[in-house]
Design a protein around this ligand. Structure first.
Ligand SMILES: NC(=O)c1ccc[n+]([C@@H]2O[C@H](COP(=O)([O-])OP(=O)(O)OC[C@H]3O[C@@H](n4cnc5c(N)ncnc54)[C@H](O)[C@@H]3O)[C@@H](O)[C@H]2O)c1
Length: 239
């Protein structure tokens, strides 16, 4: 029996890319996986609660819905995120800045708030894995809100890890390099070609590779890991 058998995992942005692969990886371990996303997954085998991570009422509704159906929440993967329009800061589009910060940073914090409230009420511990990025670790060219948000997620996660360690709620973040998902398809081809050149493994990572790390961090096997920022798929260390 897996350490995750019958555990309940909420994955924001679980309807696509890394989040969808993570939902399947939890299911493979015998866990229940719920995608909390603005969009339904194409695959209706994944349980889904329509959720906007920027909206506290939507998050509260999601937690209530999951608890009404499953009784508890054991794991959160705060993964929902969007790409940004790259530009020099002198040409920053204020509305785009706000949108990316709202989803990629504030959305992670709000999701942590409402799910951790529930975990604390259950008093049975839990695991949170937040989605950072290699761009939150090193500076990427013309990346503003995205780099700032992902660095914010990493340090927010470390802060929560030390706050909740004594209550057995573990917080980790993952910081992938470039991953072959629909998010990259929103970028110009020249940009994605350049990304491959920066990957030491010589290719984009596949979503399943990141999902396996997330599920490991969510499992009891990783109970000693708290506050780690895990850089996956051989992410580069310099531009
Ligand atoms: N693809 C990469 O190269 C890469 C690298 C590092 C980190 N990441 C991060 O991984 C996460 C997942 O990205 P992906 O590449 O799988 O992208 P994706 O576009 O395939 O999936 C993102 C999901 O987030 C959902 N989403 C967007 N806004 C939302 C909102 N307001 N509320 C709820 N859900 C929302 C989308 O509907 C989508 O299902 C993101 O946080 C991204 O920044 C991606």
């Amino acid at each position: 029996m897996s350490a995750l058998t019958s555990k309940v995992a909420v994955i924001t942005g679980g309807s696509s890319g890394i989040g969808l692969a993570t939902a399947w990886a939890f299911i493979a371990e015998g866990a229940f996986a719920i995608s909390a996303d603005i969009n339904a997954p194409e695959d209706d085998q994944i349980d889904f609660v329509k959720t906007d991570v920027t909206d506290p009422d939507s998050l509260k509704h999601m937690v209530d819905t999951v608890v009404a159906k499953y009784g508890h929440i054991d794991a959160l993967v705060a993964n929902a995120g969007v790409a940004e329009e790259k530009a020099d800061v002198a040409d920053l589009d204020e509305a785009n800045w706000q949108k990316v910060i709202d989803i990629n940073l504030t959305g992670v914090v709000f999701t942590n708030k409402y799910v951790v409230q529930q975990m604390a009420k259950q008093d049975t511990g839990g695991s949170v894995v937040n989605m950072s990025s290699i761009l939150g670790v090193v500076g990427g060219p013309k990346s503003q809100a995205y780099s700032a948000a992902k660095a914010g997620v990493a340090n927010f996660t470390k802060s929560q890890a030390v706050t909740y360690a004594s209550r057995n709620i573990r917080f980790n973040a993952v910081a992938p390099g470039y991953v072959n998902t629909p998010l990259l398809k929103t970028l110009p081809k020249a940009t994605t070609d350049a990304m491959v050149g920066k990957m030491p493994i010589g290719r984009l990572a596949e979503p399943e590779e990141i999902a396996n790390v997330i599920v490991f961090l969510s499992s009891a096997k990783a109970s000693f890991v708290t506050g780690a920022i895990v850089s996956v798929d051989g992410g580069y260390t310099a531009q």
